[in-house]
Design a protein around this ligand. Sequence first.
Ligand code: G2I
Length: 457
Amino acid sequence: MTHVSARDSGRRATPLRLRAALVPIATGLVTVATTVALAASASAGTTLGAAAAQTGRYFGTAVAVNRLSDSAYVGILNREFTSVTAENEMKWDATEPSPNQFTYASGDRLVSHAEANGMRVRGHTLAWHQQQPRWTAVLSGTALRNAMLNHVTQVATHYRGRIDAWNVVNEAFADGGSGGRRDSNLQRTGDDWIEAAFRAARAADPGAKLCYNDYNTDGQNPKSNGVYAMVQDFKARGVPIDCVGFQSHFTARSPVPSDYQANLQRFVDLGVEVQITELDVEGSGSAQADSYARAVRACLAVSRCTGITVSGIRDTDSWRSSATPLLFDGNGTKKPAYTATLDALNAGGTTVPPTTPPAGDGDCAASVSVNSWSGGFVATVTVTAGPAGLNGWVVNLTLPSGATVTNVWSAQNTGTSGDVSFRNVSYNSSVGAGAGTEFGFQGTGNGPTGTATCARA
Ligand code: G2I
């Protein structure tokens, strides 16, 4: 999935590299080229963000936008963190308080702050059973499904190009032993609500990584097995999913699981990235510090565990402040957990690969519109490039039995019935990041109804 890696080595990671380069320039010691190498290998990072960047990872925090007027808070945020997640400001109740009336002011403030300070943004969250606006309560069935899809489309379009990763769907699996879906108004619109949300998000912002996010999935258990089966199924059917977020809320009763790393790894082996998305650990002192270090080490041991986000900055910023679960105390002083986290990041680990294994769906997307009449059809296919752009593409689709392609324009086909693939011709091989190109074909019989997949060629 080169679009993911392109993002990591491209625009969203550039500020980190610039920062690394600027320090040596300012001290005027040696040339930029030499000192960048030194910065990466010889010196330990003195902030969480710099320490994580040594292995190509980000270190982020949840941010409550109303705290951006607290200078002590912002001081720590800007010094330590390279990614932000909106704690509440991008949720459905916050962004669409009345049907189809969107309010983005708070979310926009966070995104602007992130951009001004070279941080990435994790969008949280497009579809969730909690924190829905009141007006959804009276909806069900198709009306609710359409409202959800409109929400996903509008919000992802508003932030298009500015979000590193979206938690498209949050907490859709049930706790306990079933391994099945959580009952919710969204679930009652039909099992396919999750994939519908992911498809809508991909269409709206092809450059954002699309993630499923949940809690109590950190170790292997019935709930994480359920998520695993869903991701496996999505990958097999070409439903666009790029990553899985593990919230990682740890307490005395729910400590860092011993198979945390193995669990992250098995998801990566399905062809997605993983991230720790809401890390916090109830407690204090060395026990808390050890748990943080264990969590960090698990991520660093997995090459496609691309970043860690803690669920706030100071204990007093936590919505569970009595659990003192964060890295800074209420005065902004670093706790033992901070030092343990920094040390674990500086101890190094696997490096996030500059290119990730090809999975196809991230490079480009294909959407098909069909005009049919009795006995024949014309299909128009739009190819949309991911953020890395394309220099050649191929679209695969399956025709229903009895259908035959009789004419193709702006592409070259292999096969005329059943599984057919269409390759670019010379003038439309190159497609810029996020841009699109069209081709078409005519046939006898019924036109295609299933999904078309697109890959770099
Ligand atoms: O650990 C809690 C998190 C679980 N995973 C998903 C996260 O989105 C969730 O975050 C928390 C926020 O940190 C809280 O700030 O989600 C809570 C709601 O489920 C948020 O709490 C809500 C309060 O319940 C509301 O009363 C309040 O109006 O925060 C709202 C805004 O301050």
